[in-house]
Design a binder for this molecule. Structure first.
Ligand SMILES: [Zn+2]
Length: 254
């Protein structure tokens, strides 16, 4: 695959991503999602320790505002929220001190009610032979792949050298997900890049590869979520092109 071909595909992806970011659907999505706090790294750790699969978390009243109720019997996730109080010092002057108090939050899986808007990244169709080839490629690279019945909004993930793919999704969605996870596995094993940059690289590779094999993708929606733009995508051209070579060469040699 020529560098030029990769470059052209990435430019196309960048313009599709810009379009996706302008759509009403996406703006609405961002508006709703802005309801969810940005948790501090420490709280993210607390959330992870208590519920490793948590995806969207919010407090009782926030969920209520969004039209969802906490399912009966759900165990709250406890995090620490900053609070301020006034204290009178020895010299009678007032002082504001910040302290932390535990608060309860809940994951979306512990709630029921109005569905949240979702950005569509699923693709229909069947390309069985390509999926088989990608699985063989993974085997040669030493990546373990499992298919599992995952939560509906999870397409797949990679953890401790094992790629897990949602067995409930269409064949083409599984291929797109597998390409994305292969890119992570090839590039990001010991990487100190930001989460955003890793996701842009992985999804751009999935896009270029899927296009190469003649598959539909919805990468623009995924990349819009990471606020990707032409510069952020094109900055990764070399890495993406190198990784593409590995995948395409690997598959052609099977
Ligand atoms: Zn990813």
């Amino acid at each position: 695959m020529l560098l030029q071909e990769v470059e052209q595909a990435l430019k196309q992806l960048a313009s599709e991503t810009e379009e996706a970011k302008k759509s009403d659907l996406f703006k609405n999505y961002l508006e709703i999602m802005s309801n969810f706090w940005d948790y501090s790294p420490y709280n993210q750790l607390l959330i992870y320790l208590q519920m490793p699969n948590a995806s969207r978390v919010a407090g009782f009243y926030k969920w209520k505002q969004l039209g969802r109720n906490i399912t009966k019997g759900s165990k709250a996730i406890r995090i620490l929220a900053p609070a301020k109080s006034k204290k009178i010092k020895d010299d009678k002057k007032e002082e504001t001190v910040t302290y932390f108090r535990p608060v309860s939050i809940f994951d979306i899986s512990q709630t029921e009610g109005k569905p949240l808007p979702d950005v569509d990244i699923e693709v229909k169709g069947e390309t069985d032979s390509l999926l088989q080839k990608l699985l063989e490629f993974c085997q040669k690279q030493g990546f373990k792949v499992r298919f599992e019945d995952l939560r509906d909004d999870l397409h797949g993930f990679a953890l401790n050298g094992t790629i897990t793919i949602n067995s409930d999704k269409s064949n083409n969605t599984q291929i797109n997900t597998l390409l994305h996870e292969i890119a992570h596995a090839l590039l990001h094993k010991n990487s100190s890049l930001s989460k955003e940059q890793k996701e842009i690289q992985a999804e751009a590779i999935a896009y270029v590869a899927a296009r190469h094999f003649g598959l539909e993708t919805k990468s623009f929606n995924y990349l819009a979520l990471y606020d990707a733009n032409e510069k952020k995508i094109m900055d990764n051209l070399k890495v993406i092109a190198e990784c593409m070579k590995t995948i395409i060469l690997g598959i052609s040699q099977l």
